[in-house]
Design a binder for this molecule. Structure first.
Ligand code: ADP
Ligand code: MG
Length: 398
């Protein structure tokens, strides 16, 4: 399903390779943790699998395709089969929950009918039924990550990649996300998750591939996290501020409009400059992030969701993106993250917490994976088998 053959990745300008002679194979249905200290090559592995980057030597084969020979034209179609979620969620802030999840389907040309079936199903699967019309900033961090997961699985991918998906979340919320990923895996999706969360890795007892300095130092079928002495603490690091997240989403949104040809030429020009600024200044936000959304080879149809709000004028979007990038380069990102964390639980005061976000266990408590729930939910079956269900008014508890 995923095979690395003697893969070396050397980044331009660096002496030491990001990955060096890496060999491993992941079979269908596996749940694999990628662990190792910061800089050990976890994200590089995931980017190679997504074909956001290419190996300097060796081969990466995913779903039977040798990614070194896969043409750029086919990349968007390849990525339909590989979902991805990240530490910083990467939601489009000016779009509703529904629109965020629908977006990938729209850019790949899915029919309106399919979108209106698949999006509610994906949202129900992640526990967000009924929140279709919310904006991302009206959701807690855990809920935002659930939206990102719904977006990643709505295309029914065979592989789900998760790069430190709980890195911005508190421990109780993280457990809910972990359970959700385990359920998705139990439904047949192969999952690769890069993480620093030693507690999860120890408790899940799934396959663990440990990297150090770009090399595999351990590959265990039922592993634990291993040596935690290099971890600063079990509390997840929060290297990225709210501003950088806002900047990224603003840039992504502009990118889509430029790709769709709905941005005027001066906006397109300014967008190029913005990207250059971002790449030059935004340490911690990889330039590659901007190409996560298929753009060059696809046309972006006008959004068709009935919930669609009026489009933001170009100037306004550009100003927002510029402001966000400017803010991101400021020194106060860490403080902003703290403020965001404090505000997180207050974001949806009247809404009951999602079932899996309930703080029922600490990081050191058992991780309960409610696999038997799946048949009752029924959505996962439909996601996998494509059986139609016209009833979109399914409540969160059905
Ligand atoms: P991890 O995700 O485990 O923290 P990464 O895969 O991000 O590690 O990085 C592995 C190594 O490659 C590090 O030394 C990092 O500095 C380097 N690296 C990652 N991305 C880039 C890049 N875009 N340009 C140059 N070096 C990079
Ligand atoms: Mg990383």
């Amino acid at each position: 399903m995923i095979r690395f053959e003697n893969v070396t990745k050397t980044y331009r300008g660096s002496q030491k390779p990001g990955l060096s002679g890496v060999d491993f194979e992941v079979v269908r249905g596996d749940f694999v943790f990628l662990v190792g200290p910061s800089g050990s090559g976890k994200s590089t592995c995931l980017r190679l699998i997504l074909r956001e980057d290419a190996p300097s030597q060796g081969r990466v084969v995913v779903l039977g395709r040798d990614l070194t020979t896969l043409s750029n034209r086919k990349v968007p179609y390849f990525r339909r089969h590989v979902g991805a979620v990240f530490q910083d969620f990467r939601l489009l802030q000016s779009k509703t929950v529904f629109q965020n999840v629908a977006f990938t389907l729209q850019v790949t040309g899915a029919s309106r009918g399919f979108i209106h079936q698949a999006v509610p199903e994906a949202l129900e699967l992640v526990g967000l039924a009924g929140k279709e019309k919310r904006m991302p900033n009206e959701l807690s961090g855990g809920e935002q990550q659930r939206v990102a997961i719904a977006r990643a699985i709505v295309n029914r991918p065979q592989v789900l990649l998760a790069d430190e998906p709980t890195g911005n979340l508190d421990p109780a919320t993280s457990i809910g996300i972990m359970q959700l990923l385990a359920r998705i895996n139990a439904n047949g999706t192969t999952v690769l998750m890069a993480t620093h969360e030693a507690g999860f890795v120890d408790q899940m007892q799934r396959r663990v591939i440990e990297l150090a300095h770009g090399e595999i130092v351990r590959d265990e079928v039922h592993g634990g996290y291993g040596d935690t002495s290099q971890l600063p603490s079990l509390a997840p690091a929060k290297p990225k501020g709210a501003e950088s997240i806002a900047a990224l989403t603003a840039v992504l949104e502009l990118q889509q409009r430029v790709a769709a040809g709905t941005a005027d030429p001066s906006t397109a020009l300014a967008y190029e400059r913005l990207l250059a600024t971002e790449n030059a200044t935004a340490s911690g936000v990889t330039p590659d992030a901007a190409v996560t959304v298929p753009s060059a080879a696809t046309t972006v149809p006008e959004p068709t969701a009935p919930e669609e709000t009026a489009p933001v004028p170009d100037a306004e979007a550009l100003a927002a993106a510029n402001a966000a990038v400017a803010a991101m380069t400021g020194a106060n990102a860490a403080a902003a993250v703290e403020a965001e964390s404090a505000a997180e639980d207050a974001a949806t005061p009247s809404a009951p917490p999602a079932a899996h976000d309930a703080p029922r266990a600490s990081l050191t408590g058992p991780i309960e994976v409610d696999v038997p729930e799946l048949p009752e939910v029924g959505v996962a079956d439909r996601l996998g088998l494509g059986e139609t269900d016209e009833d979109e008014n399914v409540g969160p508890t059905s």
